[in-house]
Design a binder for this molecule. Sequence first.
Ligand code: FAD
Length: 843
Amino acid sequence: MVALIFVVACVVAVFALAIRRASIETWAIAAAAAALIWQTGLIDGRFHAPALGLSGLIGWLPAIVLGLLSIASLRRSWLTGPVYHGIKKALPRVSDTESQALEAGTIGFDAEIFSGRPSWERLRAVPPIVLTEEERAFLDGPTAELCAMIDDWKIRHGEREIPDEIWDFAKRHGFLGMLISKQHGGLGFSAQAQSLILGKIASRSADVVTIVMVPNSLGPGELIEKYGTDEQKHYYLPRLAKGIDVPCFSLTGPTSGSDAATMSDIGWVTRGIHDGKDVLGIRLSWDKRYITLGPKATLVGLAFHLFDPENILGKGEDIGITVALIPADHPGVNIGRRHLPSGAAFPNGPNWGKDVFIPMEWVIGGQRMAGNGWRMLMECLAAGRAISLPSSGAAGAKAMLRFTTAYGRIRKQFGLAVAKMEGLEEPLTRMIETAYVNEAGRAVTAAMVSTGEKPSVISAIMKYQSTERLRQSVNDAMDLHGGRGICDGPSNYLQSAYQMVPVGITVEGANILTRSLITFAQGALRSHPYLFAEIKACQDPDTKRGLAAFDTAFRNHISFSLSNAFGAFAHNITGGLFAPVPEKAYGTAEWYRQLGRASRNFALVADVTVAILGGGLKTRQKLTGRLADALSELYLLACTLKRYEDDGKPANDRLIVELAARNGLYRFQQAIGGTIDNFPNVFVRILLRALVFPFGRPYKPANDRLGHEVVKLAIQPGEVRDRLTREIYISRDVNDPTGLLEVTMEKVVAAEEAERKLDRAIRSGAVKRFHGIDWLADAERLGILTTAEAGQLREVEALTARVIAVDHFDPAELKPHYMKPGHNMLGAQGSADVSRPRSAAAE
Ligand SMILES: Cc1cc2nc3c(=O)[nH]c(=O)nc-3n(C[C@H](O)[C@H](O)[C@H](O)COP(=O)(O)OP(=O)(O)OC[C@H]3O[C@@H](n4cnc5c(N)ncnc54)[C@H](O)[C@@H]3O)c2cc1C
């Protein structure tokens, strides 16, 4: 019995020390104390001298080993030294561009998840949505006005252009310069305001938002604001802010897409004639494609690799990636031709040039910043990626839900609104969850950027998750609409999103790359508490200094790993009962607990994966992709809980939060379980399975009943539907296809009682509903409907007929006007433009 108590006490002590990340010295003292208590009989009060001989030595062994390892010099020669030298030898060289990408941006709540013990206070410290009066007025004023001006069909089909009046309005009101500071003539809006403005426009037109988004993200405006010379700032920023100059940013080329840093666009430092003077400059040759706004741009931001064979700049021969500003009308710049991305209308096209001379002062930041292009781009990308596509991802999901809940309520088949059919409840449930969660992630992330963060890992999560989830929402919306969503025309409000989803998926880091390579690999290096320090120490050319730094990081890393293993196991056998919950988490305490438990499991599996796979991480993309998904689910669930609190915990939203939490945890479990099941090392697989799933897989997705309850809330006009679709553009004009939906839905709901009476009469055969019969007049005559009810239904039927109508055209109207006779796909009037580089001409 005494022995049993002793063993239990030791196990408890081991758990407590491991979870509290005890130092090696503390472990040594604890092991010595345990040996002393056991060997001297202190445990049962029969004190005697410690046992000697082999058995005595075995009892003291852990204390002796740990004691010796707590002496720095011994530890370094026996343990950390050999590990350090082993890793140093095996570590692949990290290229300059890779390390610049890794060091760009900031870490924030992602590090909390990697730590396995997220600080809820840190999450709560992120401000809720706050706009200045000026920003709110802009969102409700000019932004809504711009949305009202948009005729999506005219843009996508009629003109395949953004009309001049839209460009003029956007320029006049400063939409193109929202991120440019007031000092330089821009609006100087916060990231939160920019995100909401972009979202509102995106909910109306995916084409129009693109012309606003690009100048406010990687367009050269931000690069100039942050890195430009004073002359560049004073000249270009006011022009960009007012749209006098329209920018584009050219990075991608035929051979350098995802791997943009390997571009073959080249510049040589040389002297040349500019404006009649002999000046220092760069001779450039480039070939870029897919460049948004290119065909309309007056100012081209161009990324190229700069060389200086004569070392004129004193930075060596290979200077590196450099970014310059080139007026589109500069001699030798070929620009203006258009691609046709997904049949959309926003300007996008190639540009190229051969041996074009530019003066050195056109480099952003001047000669001083030559070679710093990649770092500049990565830093701006970290913030921009957190705003632009997540804003469209959230707005798109909200708009899809708004339109689909209305149409699903209006459209009846088998005598029932299609939104009320159980089969369609499934896609609707998914859409509700996505609208809520995408918006939660958008709002929290934008608030982080507003406070000065440039969250590189979180922005990658938001980019791929919000666009991927939007893709599902658009498909779900299409399914519910049936043929009405598929047939295009002026009354189709889904096609624009359907066409543009692949663009969001592909740009700013194509999703598969972002998921499987960037999010977890970068996250593990940046957000893991010790890994980056260990790798940096291994790369330190000063071995002594490197070993000392490595020793500190490695010690902490071991405590961290032990803490995760024991902490995760403890949470998993107690169902997360003891996981920390923040104050006043009424109604959501369970989700905080499960999130804390899941974070522990994530930290454990992530840590082991990195330790075992090491340099092989880049190629094990199915594992890193799953870990990216697991990390994303935890981040988005944290944002969901925060949104619910920031919104004041509306009673009706509690079920939506529960739905999102259950599904998010279930998807987390699938991702982390999939990682463990496919782990290449069988012993690790067995160990992780025992620690993470000691009693099997605990989470189940939200059940059908919960789905039914939330759909019931969302297909009803009112506060839940309004909150789910907040801050998108909502028309109430019956001559606008989306306004017609809104108005009709309300009238359909109001006329439900009368509709039921009519349905009963039709089913009983008292009234017949066929072409050529006025069944409403019959029902009124038979006393089934009152005159007011018959009038109400007459209006509903007329509106419904318009909502479900599908456009049809004279065949001549549908001839694509970009295929005029004599044109071919290569160049103007049937001949490929021979001055183009071969790769571009061969597209
Ligand atoms: C409409 C549109 C607008 C654009 N606007 C601009 C712009 O304004 N400026 C600009 O510079 N560029 C722009 N781009 C380019 C865009 O950024 C690239 O298309 C993108 O980087 C992907 O390159 P790619 O299309 O060549 O695909 P590829 O690089 O050929 O990728 C093909 C597939 O392979 C995957 N993949 C590639 N490498 C890896 C890896 N290591 N691990 C796992 N998966 C990988 C990708 O995820 C993708 O699924 C635009 C593109 C489009 C289509």
